[in-house]
Design a protein around this ligand. Structure first.
Ligand code: PLP
Length: 378
């Protein structure tokens, strides 16, 4: 049997592995010179804006909301189709998420529906670039300006994506990125937050580590109840090694996606399989996701995934609809609230995509998927 094709797999080069060994031998393992170097490289990547590194791309969003002064009594508009981190952080700071349905084509928040969801309590927009496809930044910021709202861009998945030729993160308000191992560049776990100015950067540092502010040799003050969200130097060294390859990784992803489109476009049309927009100018192609034609199949998604798994092909669900999780149902949301997101979330399927994959792997995934779908046609 052929080798298994996982859903994703990070590529870590030998220079990074040796660099990690150097850090481990250096005598300094937690946040130190590697974190500083990682932040400098990230700031350069994001056009010179202030950037701080953290131990996840979740705490970055909560901290952005805290810096913006968002808390109890405030509302934050977001999408029901994301990793649950996106709305959990809104609850974590004591505010209320207000979900808005998605656009069936982009699978991102439907910008046409945002203004109707804005109330006197709305303080921020929290959009997500699902699979790396950027939300229309021109329209997003026009709405934010008109209603005087802060924006926390959940760019966890869109490192290296562009909007009208400009890198995501190089402009805009708060931009939050994740370096989880599935992402286009990883620091094992980790994240970064792009900020607007040094005042916000100082606050981010305080929220990152117990609210501590140091001065001189022995001066220490605590000004707010920060947490413990700092990145280790080991992780930062991995992140630095990955950032150096990001453009190449993203180019490899793009070529593999071209192959997916070449093989899938015609059959998808015939069998009603949903493909993402064929965007080769903005997206970093973090994921390649199809939407199964549930009305034409006699089995559910789980069965298709099980059969792909048995054929040695890994797949994933990104994501179940957030508002239908028990926690969110208890807060009042219910089935039928966001019909487009619910239909997409029931049927969305992430296919294997990672830089070390080969075009032949893509062919095997497509052949296997199409034959499984044909066997289950109603
Ligand atoms: C859209 C989205 N938001 C937030 C996160 C949270 O990032 P992390 O896992 O680094 O906390 C992730 C990744 O897992 C994500 O995909």
């Amino acid at each position: 049997m052929s080798a298994r094709i996982p859903l994703t797999r990070p590529t870590v080069d030998e220079a990074t592995i040796a660099g990690v060994a150097d850090v481990l031998r250096s005598g300094w393992l937690t946040s130190g010179p590697q974190v500083k170097a990682f932040e400098t490289a990230l700031s350069e990547f994001f056009g010179g804006r202030p950037v701080r590194a953290f131990n996840s791309g979740t705490c970055t969003m909560a901290i952005a909301l805290r810096i913006a002064g968002i808390g109890a009594g405030d509302e934050v508009i977001t999408t029901p189709l994301s990793w649950v981190a996106t709305s959990n952080v809104v609850l974590e700071v004591g505010a209320t998420p207000k979900f808005v349905d998605i656009d069936a084509s982009t699978r991102n928040i439907d910008l046409n529906l945002i203004e109707a969801a804005i109330t006197a309590k709305t303080r921020a927009l929290l959009p997500v670039d699902l699979a790396g496809l950027p939300v229309d930044r021109t329209r997003l910021y026009a709405i934010a300006r008109k209603h005087q709202l802060r924006v926390v861009e959940d760019a966890a998945q869109s490192l290296g994506s562009l909007w009208q030729g400009k890198r995501i993160g190089s402009f805009g308000d708060f931009v939050s990125v994740s370096f989880h191992p599935n992402k286009n560049a990883t620091s094992i776990e980790g994240g970064c937050l792009v900020l607007n100015d040094e005042r916000e950067a100082k606050l981010a540092e305080q929220y990152r580590l117990q609210g501590v502010v140091r001065s001189g040799y022995d001066g220490m003050e605590v000004e707010l109840a920060g947490g413990k969200f700092n990145l280790t130097d080991v992780a930062a060294r991995v992140g630095l090694g990955q950032l150096a390859h990001l453009d190449e990784f993203n180019a490899q992803r793009r070529e593999l996606v071209r192959r997916y489109f070449a093989l899938l476009s015609d059959p998808a049309m015939k069998i009603g399989l949903g493909l993402p927009p064929a965007d080769f100018s903005n997206s970093n192609w973090h994921m390649f996701q199809v939407v199964l034609p549930e009305a034409r199949l006699n089995v559910r998604r789980a069965q298709i995934m099980a059969e792909l798994d048995a054929a040695g092909i890994g797949t994933g669900v990104h994501y179940p609809a957030i508002h239908l999780f028990a926690l969110y149902r208890r807060l009042g949301w219910k089935a039928g609230d966001f019909p487009i997101a619910e239909q997409v979330c029931r049927n969305i399927l992430s296919l294997p995509l990672f830089p070390a994959m080969s075009p032949a792997d893509v062919e095997r995934v497509v052949d296997t998927l199409l034959s499984i779908l044909a066997a289950h046609r109603k």
